[in-house]
Design a protein around this ligand. Structure first.
Ligand SMILES: [Zn+2]
Length: 385
């Protein structure tokens, strides 16, 4: 079968987004003239889960051709660009055309917000204007040199509302409730904003949409009430400067002892993580909503009693976080040699499979994450000294 048609058999993909780019770039035999008929033909396929290879003969009339790896990379980049364009928005709870920064036409101007403090943290790890981040758009998983001013930006706030982060952008880290809240909030927005960008072509299902809405409600109310106690943060300290910065959010299926963490269906409870290098120490902030303490409170106790902080923080971040930045020399000295292992750790933790019911809908996301992965079986280590 022509490789682009295989996209149609993956319930976790939204193949039309790929096809639109191929149409516009005239790749794979797609072009604007035949496109409407091509889309109509897709609708004639039997439902997902009931398709046989022979059903795809209905596409023979189009003279489709396989996409090369190089072309696929071009298509991916364009899809990412379109995803970013489409998902620009101001996340602030008071965002509106009267309170946001707007242009002459009255449209909100979303600016490039930093997901990592620009002057406080990025400036500490930058080298010749660059930091290292992950490049996930190609295999194998490898580091990518990024301009400091482009690293870690996301299009998630207007200029006016981006100032909410001033207490962590301008003031030094003091560990106040407000700062911890803002670190957690930024980790949340960065992670879900990225998810929305890629949801243009990846189908995360209704649960993921719902989780974003429900978590946002809790943050929004706290911002409006200035009630920062909705977030609880456990602080861990490494007694050296490590030029690594992280801001992200995810949920855990298992704790450090391999016990399953049972989530509710209404809102899959998340943790928010920050890695914050200062002059002579590095802080790891583990945050969660106070109302989720019963699920995640014990994680901090486990981290303390295991007394294996470098390994534990590494595996937690390596398995779940893409928004991570390193000093380039540090990366080449300590991280580069672990690239293959890091890829394995990340992919194993993300591995799941959508199961399809008779209506062609995803019913269960069955996870294949190994319960013991937080024991760091591959011995990855971000902390080189
Ligand atoms: Zn705004």
């Amino acid at each position: 079968m022509i490789n682009i048609l295989e996209l149609l058999n993956n319930p976790q993909m939204n193949p039309e987004k790929y096809f639109e780019v191929m149409r516009d770039f005239r790749k794979g035999g797609l072009n604007p003239e035949m496109y409407p008929e091509f889309i109509e033909t897709i609708k004639q396929l039997p439902r997902l889960g009931q398709r046989r290879t022979s059903d795809f003969h209905i596409f023979d009339k189009f003279n489709l051709i396989d996409i090369s790896e190089d072309d696929f990379a071009v298509i991916m980049r364009e899809m990412q660009r379109r995803g970013i364009q489409k998902s620009k928005k101001c996340w602030h709870p008071e965002a509106s055309s009267t309170t946001c920064n707007i242009n002459a036409e009255g449209n909100i101007i979303v600016s490039a917000a930093h997901s990592i403090q620009n002057n406080g943290v990025l400036s500490k790890i930058v080298e010749s204007g660059h930091v290292m981040g992950y490049s996930l758009d190609k295999v194998p998983f490898d580091g990518k040199k990024l301009g400091k001013d482009h690293a870690s930006i996301f299009w998630g706030f207007c200029n006016t509302h981006d100032s909410i982060f001033r207490p962590i952008e301008i003031s030094p880290y003091t560990g106040s409730l407000e700062q911890h809240f803002l670190f957690a909030y930024r980790g949340f927005v960065v992670a879900v904003h990225k998810k929305i960008e890629v949801s243009n072509w990846i189908n995360f299902g209704d649960q993921a949409d719902n989780d974003i809405i429900e978590n946002k409600k809790i943050f929004d109310k706290a911002i409006l009430d200035k009630d920062y106690s909705v977030i609880e943060t456990q602080v861990f300290e490494l007694s050296a400067f490590y030029p690594i910065a992280v801001s992200s959010s995810f949920y855990l299926e298992f704790d450090f002892e391999g016990n399953p963490i049972e989530h509710s269906d209404d809102r899959i409870e998340a943790i928010f993580v920050t890695l914050l290098p200062t002059d002579n120490r590095t802080y790891f902030l583990l945050s969660y909503f106070l109302q989720d303490k019963k699920l995640y409170g014990n994680l901090g106790n486990q981290l303390r009693s295991r007394n294996n902080l470098k390994s534990d923080i590494t595996v937690l971040l390596a398995a779940h976080v893409e928004n991570i930045y390193f000093n380039p020399t540090y990366y080449n000295t300590f991280i580069k040699e672990q690239e293959d292992l890091l890829e394995t750790v990340f992919l194993e933790a993300q591995l799941d499979e959508g199961l399809i019911n008779v209506n062609g809908e995803i019913t269960v996301n069955q996870s294949f994450t190994p319960p013991n992965y937080l024991n760091n079986p591959y011995r990855v280590n971000f902390f080189g000294y």
